[in-house]
Design a protein around this ligand. Structure first.
Ligand SMILES: [Zn+2]
Length: 589
């Protein structure tokens, strides 16, 4: 249940992205600025350094520093590094300023301000892009290369130069006028979609989407040659992955998922009527805030506001905000979307403050970011232990609704599995099938096997084949996701499924290190888990490539095995499946 639709601008120049991102694009707002994958120089993951070691190493490499100084006149390596960071801070500040405008647009701005706001955001995006492709930046990176060669791979400075170089090389491939054109198209398309979707009006969106496909192909063209057209976009979001590697991952997961979905959906559905009714807004918000605070989201460095599509955004290390959506008829909406966004926000709040203001000051990839929101939302907050602690408080907040509902009934309700039309309402078991469908359809669109005019029919055919249901209209069909109507298409949906897979892998590693975590959760204590995530994931920001971080943290590359085991065990038990039908494993994760 991630309500993180996002304006998915494919401007993707590393430093223009945040500024180009629109407010209603939640995930993009916290989206790490990915660079084109460059082969890591590392021969393998190394233990991240303790802060401060970089400076010690720097002192020990004075001869290298002197060599750099000789080759660049009077300007020392220290001075050049300071100048580089000053320039990066300017770019970062422009991006954060754009994020403030976008947050405001999605929360408090009157609708009539949209046109001017679009223009203002585009201007900030353009300025950030211009600064990010300034040749002086490239010269500084080149001049500092000899200095960083003497530093460990995982030092702050070496990581900074490595990532800035990747970002720069990527940014200069994309012309400024393209960034502006995408930004303008993004605003226009999004505004049209906000009325076309409720009106079930695909005809209005068709020319916008055709142009989006065209612009996305143009974007890929700047990174030619590539094997598949979505490779450059995937590299933006999940560096190190390719279209082929995502397809292989999805094929393996699909092979495991389909029997589980079938086995679960063959059972009588869970009764989730207790989640529907009348739940006043204030106590819902109060409860959600109390839970987020308890999990570890720091409200001294953040805040929560209402919006239509919940998202997380960041303006500085001291200001990481979340938004939520409250539905008085459905208590699950605000609660789980708040926990989800708090998961994203805790990641951003946990990044080493010294990295913020540079390209290292973001989560390492969209998939890893999503794993952190899913971990808290699903592994933790849809678990029985969590509700053993929190359910009495929920009953006290809503006595009329829950006093006669047992914990077990509530637990089953929040984990109900059903074949559904809307991705953001999908459960843990069926969710990934929604993602695979979108990934395939956008690949077909971009590679020319599917025309935009035929998309509604292709959508209906695919969801019927995968889930046995079909939407009555396009509103609940191909118009439902903001992603395709925000100026860019391709290379981003996989992050959701990667996030699901990694959420179990990271959670399993945390529990292996601290077997006491489940018992702590049942007592409403989350400090051990939060600290482990902060130590092994959050603080590093973007210093490591996703595959480096995953292998270093969990001991192996991304694998679907823990995720499949988790689903089989949890839903096998919930739906009383006989062992073997969905492969109920012998032991829980
Ligand atoms: Zn998310």
């Amino acid at each position: 249940m991630t309500k993180i639709a996002r304006r998915n601008t494919k401007t993707k120049t590393a430093n223009a992205r945040a500024a180009a991102t629109k407010a209603s694009t939640p995930r993009a707002a916290i989206k790490p600025r990915e660079a084109k994958t460059a082969k890591s120089k590392s021969t393998g993951p190394k233990r991240p350094k303790v802060k401060g070691i970089g400076r010690a190493v720097k002192a020990a490499n004075k001869s290298v520093v002197r060599a750099v100084e000789r080759s660049h006149g009077r300007q020392s390596a220290e001075a050049m590094l300071t100048e580089l960071k000053r320039r990066l801070m300017e770019i970062s500040d422009l991006s954060f300023a754009g994020a403030v405008l976008n947050w405001d647009q999605a929360t408090y701005m009157p609708a009539a301000g949209a046109a001017a706001r679009g223009r203002q955001a585009a201007m900030l995006s353009k300025l950030a892009h211009e600064k990010s492709v300034d040749s002086a930046l490239g010269r500084l990176v080149d001049a500092l290369a000899p200095y960083t060669e003497g530093l460990p791979h995982d030092s702050d400075d070496a990581s900074l130069i490595r990532v800035v170089r990747r970002d720069f090389e990527r940014a200069i491939r994309v012309p400024s006028d393209y960034v502006e054109r995408v930004s303008a198209h993004s605003s226009a398309s999004y505004m049209a979609w906000t009325t076309a979707r409720p009106a079930n009006d695909f005809a209005t969106m068709r020319p916008y989407l055709e142009k989006t496909v065209e612009l996305s192909r143009e974007y890929a063209g700047y990174f030619s040659p590539y094997q598949r057209i979505t490779d450059p976009m995937i590299d933006d979001y999940d560096a190190g992955m390719t279209t082929e590697s995502v397809l292989a991952l999805f094929a393996a997961l699909r092979h495991e998922l389909v029997p589980i979905v079938r086995a679960v959906c063959d059972q009588p559905p869970a009764d989730d009527s207790c989640l529907r009714g009348m739940f006043a807004e204030i106590p819902q918000l109060d409860f959600s805030v109390a839970v987020a605070r308890r999990l570890g989201y720091d409200f001294e460095r953040g805040r929560i506001d209402k919006t239509h599509h919940p998202f997380c955004t960041k303006f500085s290390t001291g200001d990481v905000r979340i938004t939520t959506r409250i539905d008085e008829a459905d208590i699950g909406q605000a609660l789980f979307s708040t926990i989800h966004e708090a998961g994203h926000a805790m990641y951003e709040q946990g990044i080493d403050a010294a990295l913020v203001g540079t390209p290292l000051g973001w989560g390492t990839s969209a998939g890893v970011h999503e794993s952190q929101s899913r971990l808290w939302e699903n592994m933790v907050a849809r678990g029985r232990a969590f509700w053993e602690h929190f359910y009495p408080a929920l009953q006290a907040a809503f006595p009329e609704q829950f006093s006669k509902v047992t914990l077990e009934t509530f637990y089953r309700a929040v984990n109900k599995v059903r074949r559904s039309l809307i991705r953001t309402d999908a459960d843990e078991v069926t969710y990934n099938l929604h993602i695979m469908m979108r990934f395939d359809l956008e690949l077909d669109l971009l590679e020319g096997r599917l025309a935009v005019k035929d998309l509604p029919q292709a959508w209906r055919a695919r969801i019927e084949a995968d889930l046995g249901i079909a939407p009555h209209d396009d509103r609940d069909g191909c118009l439902q996701d903001v992603h395709w109507f925000s100026g860019g298409i391709g290379g981003s949906f996989q992050s959701y499924t990667i996030g699901n897979i990694l959420s179990t892998q990271f959670y399993g590693a945390a529990i292996a290190a601290h077997p006491e975590i489940p018992d702590e959760i049942a007592r409403g204590e989350f400090g051990t888990l939060h600290k482990w995530l902060a130590m092994h994931i959050y603080r590093h920001g973007r210093k490591f490539q996703p595959n480096e971080l995953i292998t270093h943290t969990t001991g192996e590359p991304m694998t679907i095995a823990p995720y499949v085991t988790y689903l089989c065990h949890k839903y096998g038990e919930l739906y009383r499946l006989p062992a073997g039908s969905a492969g109920v494993p012998p032991a829980p994760l």
